[in-house]
Ligand binder design. Structure first.
Ligand code: GLA
Length: 746
């Protein structure tokens, strides 16, 4: 490059916004030869006859020889103008990020060895593999090895000892990174007595490519009003972080619907990187003080089975409940709204329930549907796994149950309290009866306590000899276990495949649908023969198209995925991609189960952390699970819920979508770039529609563009279910990974 154009480039950079991204050369392919010759390292070697192969697949899958052989990759590159400028700086490094190489390599820049990992075979000494090691080679700048304004050749000699070898995980990346480029941000928020704070943790990795040991600069936070994008407050702090360490920063944040824009600027290079974070915002309006019924107007129970049901009614306490036309054999608890008793004969029993408090009264016409079907709407409640994992105890379970009532979640229909794995003792009683371990002094007592409140108790086992947590499973004791569950008063069984795989693999018909059905059919029959209703929750991660045969084994729900975790990739992968084709299989009595909720504090025990889903991702999670008619099992300790999470879980209009009595699961109707629309028909003739933004930027969406796809002409009403307001326009800004959840009336 000529001097004058260098100068121009320098001016252009100075004038550019500081948010300029690090420049990286990325290579998805390279010239390749499956032979070995030391001249291949030379920049002047003529490789024009070599074939280009992908660096994202092993050479063996690209018709190249695979075993006990050498191969060479060559890449020709030129620095970008920005890199050329920086290549003269003393503190800079050229980073050659090669990813993993199977098995050993020697890497050359313009003929000079710059790095080697793993060991090549020598004489009778075998090779040593380093296939799993990420190669980050650096060259200190300025350097004679590098041709700053001309061609450069990166040559990689690879030895592959076994299998399909070579370079096959990431693209090859060449850059001159700034110190701030490596900074890792973890952004969250906290509540203090004075208000809320934005919490930022910045970690500076100890990377060979980082020029200085100290990351020095400023962290600036602009707080923007989400809707208008106007800056409402700005704060900044000096930062000084040693490489390999991290530091926490807190910034007082304004209230409201606020987005934080974070800019980290390196003091010496003035280069900066930025992140944005949409802070928690509560959309659910406060519930009225007068009574309001929030639960579906029906409940299914089998003839003669004990009824455990609680009317979900919000409003001031104390509240009194009364009923007119209550069927014989059924009682309503006047102070907590719990329904109990039993009805011997099939039929629909309709009556009216009234709730009264100091602000007024409300009534609901309610039907007990006595028949074969239970779970007429998806189960709502709590499960111990996502928070406590194997560290669950009876006290922890009771703490969540108590808070389900005290914090008002029971007023919104959350009614199952489910103990997951780790309640079982290491050995059965002499007669083979399953017993609880010392962490659970009395499961029967717990069930009685819950039933008194109109709530229900769930438990966990496996058709295998062991559960996933290596506790005792039900194999060979299915009948006995089903009877114990009945004795204790259990209302829900999660039956988890786990170690059944060991038995399954030895069976003659292993892999057939019949072999997958068998263990679930067996327990299903024993559960059905108990004189109480036990919700049957299959957990085998969706194998053998469980949704197609779940109803045949009397299942009430079936897990359709592997375990969820609290990341966007996990939640959105399960929710948007894995459930897409499952809508025909959900119906009253049997539901697809995309796994439990990951909001609030999770951790799989004993340590908990705030969910890593952003607030918008959490709105998406609850909206999508409602549309999908999924089991709504909260996976965090209810006693530790913050206001944001309570409001997320207790929006009666959103929950009503999940609990809609038509029981139709949403379908993906539109995929328009990053925007997806999912819709389900509701019992009242309207439809629930979720408009999701799966992209990385906030986006304005014109809803009317999709009317046709949704089969809508001119809607008579569009209601925003989170905000609980009727909308008079059809264009809204939807945050990255966020949602608008609507009810559209034709
Ligand atoms: C499996 C299940 C989880 C949980 C654990 C318990 O991983 O999928 O939901 O029940 O087992 O060990």
């Amino acid at each position: 490059m000529k001097k004058s154009s260098l100068l121009l480039a320098a001016m252009a950079i100075a004038a550019m916004p500081q948010m300029m991204a690090q420049e990286t050369l990325r290579f998805l392919s390279a010239r390749f030869s499956p032979t070995d010759n030391s001249t291949y390292s030379s920049p002047t070697f003529d490789d024009s006859g070599w074939r280009n192969i992908s660096v994202l697949q092993p050479w063996g899958t690209q018709n190249e020889r695979t075993n006990n052989e050498y191969g060479w990759y060559r890449i020709h590159f030129r620095l970008t103008p920005e890199m050329q400028l920086r290549s003269n700086g003393d503190a800079e490094k050229l980073l050659l990020d090669l990813g993993k190489i199977d098995d050993a390599d020697q890497t050359f820049l313009n003929g000079h060895l710059i790095g080697e990992t793993g060991v090549f075979p020598k004489g009778d000494k075998p090779y040593l593999t380093a296939w799993d090691q990420h190669r980050n080679y650096t060259v200190d700048l300025p350097s004679d090895l590098l041709n700053t304004d001309g061609d450069n050749v990166l040559a990689i000699r690879v030895y592959n000892g076994n299998g399909d070898g070579g370079k096959y995980d990431t693209p090859i990346r060449i850059s001159i990174p700034y110190d701030v480029d490596g900074a890792e941000f973890t952004i969250s928020e906290s509540q203090t007595p004075k208000g809320r704070n934005l919490k930022v943790n910045i970690a500076q990795p100890q990377s060979p490519a980082i020029a200085s040991d100290q990351l020095k600069g400023t962290l600036k936070v602009d707080f923007l009003d989400f809707d208008s994008d106007k800056v409402i407050a700005s704060r900044s702090k000096k930062i000084n972080i040693t490489a390999g360490k991290s530091k926490d920063f807190e910034f007082a944040a304004p209230e409201g619907n606020v987005k934080a824009l974070l800019t980290l600027t390196d003091a010496s290079s003035k280069h900066s990187v930025s992140r944005s974070y949409h802070m928690k915002y509560i959309l659910t309006p406060a519930a009225p003080e007068a009574p309001r019924f929030n639960t579906a107007p029906l409940f299914g129970v089998r003839p003669g089975s004990p009824i455990h049901f609680r009317f979900g009614v919000s409003g001031n306490r104390p509240m009194t409940f009364s009923a007119s036309g209550l069927p014989e054999g059924v009682k309503l608890n006047a102070s907590n709204g719990a329904l109990s008793g039993s009805i011997p004969a099939e039929g629909d029993y309709t009556f009216t329930v009234t709730a009264k408090n100091d602000k007024g009264s409300a009534s609901q016409q309610f039907t007990l549907k006595v028949g074969d079907k239970i779970a007429l709407t998806p189960p709502m409640g709590w499960n111990s796994w996502n928070c406590w994992g194997l560290s669950v105890t009876q006290d922890k379970v009771w703490a969540s149950a108590q808070s389900l009532i005290d914090k008002g979640l029971a007023d919104y229909g959350y009614s199952y309290i489910n103990i997951d794995d780790a309640w079982e003792a290491p050995e059965r009683a002499i007669d083979g009866t399953i017993v609880a371990n010392e962490k659970f002094p009395s499961i029967k007592h717990l069930a009685d306590q819950l039933h008194g409140e109109g709530l229900k108790l769930g438990i966990y086992s496996s058709p295998g000899a062991y559960t996933c947590g290596r506790y005792l499973g039900s194999l060979g004791h299915e009948k006995q276990d089903a009877e114990s569950y009945n004795d204790w008063g259990i209302d829900y069984l999660k039956y988890d495949w786990c170690d059944y795989g060991t038995k399954h693999d030895k069976e003659r018909d292993r892999g057939t649908v019949a072999s997958y059905i068998r263990p679930y059919m067996l327990m299903g029959e024993y559960l059905r023969s108990q004189p109480r209703d036990i919700f049957y929750s299959l957990c085998q991660y969706g194998m053998a198209d469980v949704q197609k045969w779940g109803p045949m084994v009397d299942a009430n729900s079936w897990r359709t995925t592997v375990d969820i975790t609290d990341t966007w990739d996990s939640m959105s992968g399960i929710g948007f991609f894995q459930q897409k084709d499952l809508y025909p299989y959900a119906a009253p009595g049997g539901w697809n189960d995309p796994d439990m909720l990951v909001v609030g504090k999770v951790g799989w025990g004993p340590q908990l952390h705030d969910t890593r889903l952003t607030p918008d991702e959490q709105y998406t999670h609850i909206s999508l699970w409602s549309l999908l008619a999924s089991n709504m099992l909260i996976g965090c300790p209810i006693d530790q819920l913050d206001d944001f999470t309570i409001n997320l879980l207790c929006n009666n209009e959103v929950n009503a979508v999940n609990q809609d009595i038509l029981g139709k699961q949403a379908r993906q109707i539109v995929v328009d770039g990053d925007i997806q629309l999912w819709a389900r028909p509701l019992a009242d003739g309207s439809q629930a529609v979720g408009i999701f933004n799966l992209g990385e930027k906030d986006t304005t969406v014109d809803f009317s563009r999709y009317f046709e796809a949704l089969g809508i002409k001119e809607p008579s009403n569009i209601r925003d279910l989170w905000r609980q307001t009727d909308l008079h326009d059809a264009e809204w800004k939807i945050p990255t990974h966020g949602v608008r959840l609507l009810k559209v009336t034709p």
